[in-house]
Design a binder for this molecule. Structure first.
Ligand code: HEC
Ligand code: HEC
Length: 367
């Protein structure tokens, strides 16, 4: 994983006795997950989401330990070492970080909320660790809030060069216009409300969320729908009315004539995303009114255009589809133009993407 400290390599967590966690007692396991301290006192980087796992109940922790020890085959391999520069290689200092930043203690039921809300809150805050990608981070790399008591909680964050959008009720790029069933379906299949998951969320859906049962998915959706809007800078969506002419472009970068963006769109995108950005159900995402298309942060949009991507393949969802990579086909100027066009058409109204946004992300990604 890329982090501001350098690249952090995840550990072998199979029950292999030499290279994995085969010698962990239950207490060792629970301490590593909840406090980020491995046997022998080695401190784990908070890239491992122990501030979220601190909230896992004892019953769930015991079940997880039993599965890891008995259900996962041991693999005898040694991942490459994590090499981060001084001072971040001083793992002892993470003890101080924890003292300042990491919350501790199990999830506390809220008596003023019903059982479904509490179930959703528990899953989102603990095992789901949704905040480790979706909550913005502060100066100390800590998440700015670990539950609904913070207005920054799940308001959108960057992790590993993907922007995970705002999951609060904001009407533009948040989930304000997305219904509960659509959210549940999105989490289960990666498709919902015309959105198709991409980036690091594909793995989250494929490896994890698709296996949740319907009650848990609905509980998560119910909890998210109760989070009030963050009120941060946000793109807007005004659905075009059929009785009036197509609205004129409202936002435009000074260096980007919209007509060029339209031409790039017609040649390279419309085939799948359709001329009016309406997408194709169960295959290609809708771009008109899509919250992640009009988000303030454009990291994920630029990265997806440069690298391309695949929609998830799940047990209950439609088959995988590919979005091509445009790194070789389009210049930085054209990528900025087409994204600016997409973000200002069919009722979308979000700030333009500049050529500089594109080139600086590409140099970060070395692509
Ligand atoms: C590894 C990082 C990561 C984790 C963990 C993660 N997400 Fe995401 N999520 C993303 C990224 C990146 C996107 C943007 C791409 C997309 O829309 O699929 C996203 C998108 C979403 C969207 C669509 C929002 C929109 O406006 O398009 C929803 C809903 C969502 N995530 C819910 C969750 C929930 C609930 C959890 C926890 C159970 C979670 N995510 C955990 C990275 C993550
Ligand atoms: C061959 C079909 C195809 C073409 C051509 C294509 N896309 Fe896509 N696009 C997809 C698929 C499939 C996804 C979902 C990708 C994923 O899950 O990783 C996607 C996702 C997206 C998204 C993210 C929206 C979301 O909610 O998933 C944006 C933005 C986007 N495409 C823009 C473009 C632009 C701009 C172009 C032209 C330069 C383009 N696409 C060309 C198939 C295509």
């Amino acid at each position: 994983m890329n982090s501001p400290f350098g690249t952090i390599v995840s550990s072998n967590i199979t029950p292999d006795k030499r290279h994995g966690i085969g010698n962990y007692s239950y207490d060792d396991f629970a301490r590593a997950l909840r406090k980020g301290v491995a046997p022998g006192g080695k401190r784990l980087y908070p890239a491992m989401p122990y501030p979220a796992f601190a909230k896992i109940t004892d019953d769930d922790m015991r079940a997880l330990y039993a599965y890891m020890m008995q259900g996962v085959p041991p693999v005898s391999s040694v991942p490459p070492p994590t090499r981060v520069p001084f001072p971040f290689n001083q793992r002892w200092a993470l003890g101080i970080w924890n003292w300042f930043f990491a919350p501790s203690g199990a999830y506390k039921l809220r008596a003023d909320r019903d059982a479904e809300w509490n179930r959703g809150a528990y899953l989102v805050q603990s095992l789901g660790h949704c905040g480790s990608c979706h909550t913005p981070r502060g100066a100390g790399y800590q998440e700015r809030g670990y539950d609904e008591s913070s207005k920054h909680y799940l308001a959108g964050g960057i992790n590993d060069n993907w922007y995970a959008p705002n999951l609060r009720a904001d009407p533009g790029s948040g989930l304000g216009r997305v219904g509960r069933d659509e959210i549940a379906s999105f989490l289960r299949t990666g498709h919902g409300g015309g959105m198709v998951t991409f980036g690091s969320m594909v793995q989250t859906v494929e490896d994890s969320l698709q296996y949740l049962n319907d009650d848990d998915l609905r509980a998560i959706a119910a909890y998210l729908k109760c989070l009030p809007a963050a009120g941060t800078a946000d793109g807007r969506f005004d659905p075009p009315r059929t009785d009036r002419a197509a609205p004129a472009l409202k936002t435009r970068a000074p260096d980007v004539p919209p007509v060029t963006g339209a031409a790039v769109y017609a040649s390279f995108c419309a085939e799948c995303h359709r001329p009016q950005g309406e997408g194709v159900a169960d295959a290609f995402p809708r771009l008109a009114g899509n919250p992640s298309v009009i988000s303030e942060d454009t990291t994920s949009l630029i990265r997806l255009l440069v690298e391309g991507g695949n929609s998830p393949a799940t047990r209950h969802g439609p088959p995988r589809q590919a979005m091509p990579a445009f790194a070789e086909t389009l210049t930085d100027v054209q990528i900025a133009q087409v994204l600016t066009y997409v973000r200002a058409s069919w009722g979308n109204d979000a700030r333009p993407v500049t050529t500089n946004d594109v080139s600086s992300l590409r140099s970060k990604l070395h692509k």
